[in-house]
Design a protein around this ligand. Structure first.
Ligand SMILES: *[C@@H]1O[C@H](CO)[C@@H](O)[C@H](O)[C@H]1NC(C)=O
Ligand SMILES: *[C@@H]1O[C@H](CO)[C@@H](O)[C@H](O)[C@H]1NC(C)=O
Ligand SMILES: *[C@@H]1O[C@H](CO)[C@@H](O)[C@H](O)[C@H]1NC(C)=O
Length: 474
């Protein structure tokens, strides 16, 4: 008892220091940890509790504004083994200090989208010139201001799936214009460079041109180039293979990449439950020089059925079988391979933009003329936006999760907490940080029957799936 008290006191003491992850920088085709000089590959999950529609005119609270909820989710994500989350919709006016500090303490980086579904908070793909104005860029710069001072902000997405079959061919130039303005704003007002890039839909017909368009250098508009390239890819479903999922063609396409490429979303849900065998391929020898990891879509279970954790209204949560399956796949990642720098890739330089890079000019102008900033934007880039809301790391004093979390069998995850990592460390899979499943908790006698039959039916369906899989393998 006394010993436990001493340890608790010691832990409280330790946890009151503000520790920080090391900022990540881009070198050629890779993300590199600036302190350890090791390669940083994204082991990530997309994080948008409430789904894309939760952020709207009425509800401008965002996924980084409630510390108790962030603590629960950071503990579950740390336990899972991720080192990065992506967040889509943020309100630059809110206080994010506690949430971002919690993720920082757990060794988890953030990739942040600067847009939102609200009108005038993203580019219009049909008439982009109507949305590229001072009001829109003020929001974009507001997001940069709100997050630039946190060390665990890995990158910003300037656009997500803006180019699709409906987009006019001027759209890519506007995306590059937004990237240019963001990078110039960061250069003038951020304490460190923060990479900026684009997240593309996996439309194989236009993928090569999309990549070529954003990854080449325009001599008289050098800031508009992407620093990295995100791909939302759902081609690996169930127990697919490297070939059947078309990962071989991705490797062909990206093996000589001059900037980091990663899956900004992946995790097809056509076969349920998901077994995530693509994780072994993505972090394995075949893909390691072409790809820099990826983010599983997505953390919370929503109507579209891509979740790995069910979040309940009373703030308790239940991890799904997909969570366990993903954790198991992550735990098999070869960390030495993951962290080893590909020296040839690290020195790669972008090619010059030339018309012949574009194969199909239906979706892309091949003249690489980027629209100049419209009225009011240059002044903000030079002098900053007025009265920005700026974030800063704070001490994380509370590490124990306040809400009960259960696993798929109804067993409570005991002692769920975030483990505060040392300076320079980021989270890694296979560490089992906290939350070992306790005894099955079926509560009072009248609940017992229901609970037992529930878990039995789960077991039965699992057995059925297992048998099915075995038959398939034979
Ligand atoms: C408001 O947004 C937050 C964060 O995105 C979400 O958790 C919450 O469920 C939303 N509330 C409503 C009423 O939609
Ligand atoms: C919280 O909500 C879940 C799902 O509705 C329910 O199963 C659980 O009993 C509730 N827990 C508490 C403490 O109210
Ligand atoms: C993690 O914990 C689970 C359950 O407590 C255990 O079965 C597993 O072996 C542990 N894994 C590691 C890598 O320690």
């Amino acid at each position: 008892m006394t010993l436990i008290r001493v340890f608790t006191a010691l832990f409280a003491l330790l946890s009151s220091t503000v520790l920080a992850v090391t900022p990540i920088k881009v070198e050629g085709s890779q993300f590199i940890n600036a302190a350890t000089k090791k390669r940083f590959q994204i082991i990530g999950v997309d994080y948008q509790p409430g789904g894309a529609s939760a952020y709207n005119e009425e509800n401008k609270s965002d996924p980084l504004s409630d510390g108790d909820i962030c603590l629960r989710d950071a503990a579950l994500l740390q336990r899972l083994g991720v080192n990065t989350i992506r967040i889509y919709n943020l309100n630059p006016g809110l206080n994010h200090d506690l949430c971002v500090s919690i993720f920082n303490a757990a060794g988890i980086y953030l990739i942040l989208d600067v847009n939102s579904p609200i009108a005038h908070e993203s580019l219009n793909r049909v008439e982009p010139w109507t949305t590229y104005h001072k009001g829109y860029m003020e929001r974009v710069f507001g997001v940069i201001e709100a997050f630039k001072d946190y060390p665990n902000v890995l990158a910003f997405f300037g656009g997500n799936e803006v180019i699709n079959e409906d987009a006019v061919k001027q759209v890519p130039a506007y995306i590059r214009a937004v990237q240019r303005d963001m990078k110039q704003y960061i250069a003038n007002h951020s304490p460190r460079p923060i990479p900026v890039g684009y997240s593309a839909a996996d439309i194989r017909d236009i993928l090569a041109d999309t990549w070529a368009y954003f990854s080449c250098n325009i001599e008289d508009d050098p800031d508009s180039i992407s620093d990295f390239f995100g791909l939302n890819s759902y081609s690996w479903c169930g127990d697919a293979t490297f070939e059947s999922a078309g990962y071989n063609t991705l490797v062909d396409q990206f093996k000589d990449t001059t900037l980091p490429v990663f899956f900004s979303e992946y995790g097809c849900n056509e076969v349920q439950p998901r077994i995530f065998t693509e994780v072994a391929a993505l972090y394995g020898k075949q893909m390691v020089s072409a790809m820099g990891g990826g983010l599983i879509y997505e953390y919370s279970q929503e109507d579209n059925d891509y979740g790995i954790v069910e979040l309940h209204e009373n703030n308790t949560a239940t991890t799904m079988i997909d969570y366990d399956n993903l954790m198991e796949q992550y735990s098999k990642i070869d960390i030495a391979l993951l962290e080893s720098v590909d020296q040839a890739g690290a020195t790669k330089k972008p090619v010059k933009c030339t018309p012949d890079l574009i194969k199909d000019d239906k979706f892309f102008e091949n003249d690489f003329k980027i629209p100049p900033p419209t009225e009011g934007i240059p002044d903000m880039i030079k002098n900053g936006i007025s009265s920005p809301n700026k974030g800063k790391l704070v001490e994380v004093k509370e590490t124990n999760v306040k809400f009960d979390v259960f696993n798929k069998d109804g067993r409570k995850l005991e002692g769920l907490q975030i483990k505060i990592l040392e300076d320079f460390q980021s989270n890694l899979p296979g560490e089992n940080t906290s939350g070992a499943p306790g005894e099955p908790d079926f509560g009072s006698e009248d609940k017992e029957d229901a609970a037992t039959s529930l878990s039995r039916s789960n077991v039965l369906s699992l057995l059925a799936i297992g048998a099915g899989a075995t038959l398939l393998m034979l």
